[in-house]
Design a protein around this ligand. Structure first.
Ligand code: NAD
Length: 369
C-alpha cells in the first residue's frame, strides 16, 4: 500500500519564495507552473516570454496581473521586484548562460533547467557569475529529488545489493521535427546525449556517489536524414568508476520511448522501468531473500525539486544539485563526444570521495515502506 502523504501545510502565499519563470514552453506550461502552484514554499511571481499576449493569458489563468508579464528585453525590470527572489530558466540550452548571468547581475538566485549549458566551459562561467554575485545556482535535476531514486541510491550505499559491479541505462525517444530547437546544434549543444542521455549519466553518478575515471563512446549521425543534419541520432557510452564499476548507456532520438536503469551487485540488483518519466516510476529491488517493490506516497518530482531550491534560498546552504553538479556532467559529456570522435578511451582522472559536487541533502516525503 502506498504511504499516506505526510506533507506539512503549504506556507501562506505572501511568505513563499517568488519565482519568475523565464520561457513559457511545454515544460513550463504543463509541468512547472502547476507544480509551483501546489508546492509548499514557492509561488509564481512573474513570467518572461517572447509572446506578451500569450504571457497575459497565462497571467490571467494563474492569478497574476499584466504587470507580472515581461518580454526578454524587459528582463532587467525584475531587478526592482522585491517579490521576485529567483528566476527559473526554462529556455533552449544555449540561452541558459545569458539569462543566468543577467539574473546574477540583478542579485536574483537561479534555478536552471538541465542541461546546465552547452559545454563545460560555458557551464563553469555560469557557476562563476553566480558565485561572484553571491546568488545560488541550482541545476534542475528532478530525478535527484524523488523517493524512488533515493531508494535505489540507498540500496547501493547501504550495501544491500552487495558490491556493485555493473549498471546499465537506456533513455531513448523519437523526435520528428527537424526544425525544433533540440535538432539545432547551436541551440541544443548536442542531440539526445545532453537532452535525455544526460539522465542516465546523472543518475548513475547519483546512485554511486562517485565520479567516472574514464569514458568510451560511439555515435551515429545519418546526415542525409534532415532530422540529423546537425546533431547525432544515437550515442552508446561506457563509464568506468572507481573500483572497476562499469556502466553502459544508450541514448537516441530514433528509438521508441524507453527509460530504464539496472544496477547489478554481487548480492542483489535493482531495476527501474520506467526510470526517468515524470510519473509512474517503478523500482524493484532483488536480493537473496527475493524481490521487493517499494511503494511511495504520490508526489510531484518538480514540486520536490523546486521546494528544495526555496529552502536553500531561505537557509543559505548549497543546494543538493548546485551549478557544479551540472558542470561535472558537461565535463563528462564533452569527454563522451571526444571519445566518439576519436574512437579512443578518454581518461578523466581519479577523484576520490563521495558526492563531490553536491550540497545539502533534500528532505523527502514518505521515503520507504
Ligand atoms: P520548448 O521548446 O517547449 O520551450 C522553449 C521556450 O523557449 C519557449 O517558450 C520558446 O518561445 C522560448 N525560446 C526563446 N528563445 C528561443 C529560441 N531562440 N528558439 C526556440 N525557443 C526559444 O522547450 P522545453 O521542452 O520547455 O525545454 C526548455 C528547457 O527545459 C530545456 O533546457 C530542456 O532541456 C529542459 N527540459 C527539462 C525537462 C525535465 O524533465 N527537467 C523536460 C523538458 C525540457
Amino acid at each position: 500500500m502506498p504511504l499516506k502523504p505526510d506533507l506539512p501545510e503549504p506556507e501562506s502565499v505572501e511568505r513563499r519564495v517568488g519565482l519568475a519563470i523565464v520561457g513559457l514552453g511545454k515544460l513550463s506550461a504543463e509541468e512547472l507552473i502547476p507544480a509551483i502552484r501546489t508546492s509548499q514554499h514557492t509561488r509564481v511571481a512573474a513570467l518572461v516570454t517572447s509572446d506578451l499576449e500569450e504571457g497575459r493569458s497565462f497571467a490571467r489563468a494563474f492569478d497574476l496581473t499584466e504587470n507580472d508579464v515581461y518580454s526578454y528585453e524587459q528582463f532587467e525590470g525584475l531587478k526592482d521586484r522585491e517579490d521576485v527572489d529567483a528566476v527559473y530558466i526554462v529556455l533552449p540550452n544555449s540561452l541558459h548562460r545569458e539569462y543566468t548571468e543577467r539574473a546574477a547581475r540583478m542579485g536574483k538566485h537561479v534555478l536552471c533547467e538541465k542541461p546546465l549549458s552547452v559545454n563545460a566551459e560555458e557551464a563553469q562561467a555560469m557557476v562563476e557569475a553566480c558565485r561572484a554575485a553571491g546568488v545560488h545556482l541550482m541545476t534542475a535535476y528532478r530525478c535527484q529529488y524523488t523517493p524512488h531514486h533515493w531508494a535505489a541510491r540507498n540500496a547501493v550505499q547501504s550495501g544491500t545489493l552487495g558490491q556493485i559491479k555493473l549498471l546499465d541505462s537506456i533513455h531513448v525517444q523519437v523526435e520528428e521535427d527537424p526544425e525544433a530547437w533540440r535538432m539545432k546544434l547551436d541551440l541544443a549543444g548536442g542531440g539526445p546525449l545532453p537532452d535525455v542521455g544526460l539522465y542516465s549519466l546523472n543518475i548513475i553518478r547519483f546512485v554511486l556517489g562517485t565520479e567516472p575515471e574514464w569514458v568510451f563512446a560511439a555515435q551515429h549521425q545519418p546526415k542525409e536524414n534532415p532530422l540529423f543534419r546537425e546533431v547525432e541520432e544515437s550515442v552508446a557510452f561506457m563509464l568506468g568508476f572507481p573500483g572497476g564499476v562499469i556502466a553502459n548507456c544508450l541514448t537516441s532520438y530514433g528509438a521508441h520511448k524507453t527509460t530504464t536503469l539496472r544496477i547489478l551487485g554481487d548480492q542483489g540488483s535493482a531495476l527501474m522501468d520506467p526510470a526517468f518519466s515524470y510519473t509512474g516510476l517503478s523500482l524493484s529491488l532483488t536480493d537473496k531473500a527475493g524481490e521487493t517493490l517499494p511503494a511511495f506516497a504520490s508526489y510531484d518530482q518538480f514540486g520536490l525539486e523546486i521546494d528544495h531550491f526555496a529552502q536553500r534560498i531561505r537557509d543559505g546552504k548549497t543546494p543538493w544539485t548546485p551549478g557544479e553538479e551540472g558542470v561535472q556532467d558537461h565535463r563528462i559529456m564533452d569527454a563522451i563526444y571526444q571519445s566518439a570522435r576519436t574512437g579512443q578511451v578518454v581518461r578523466l582522472g581519479a577523484s576520490a570521495g563521495q558526492d563531490l559536487f553536491r550540497g545539502e541533502k533534500p528532505d523527502l516525503p514518505g521515503q520507504e515502506n
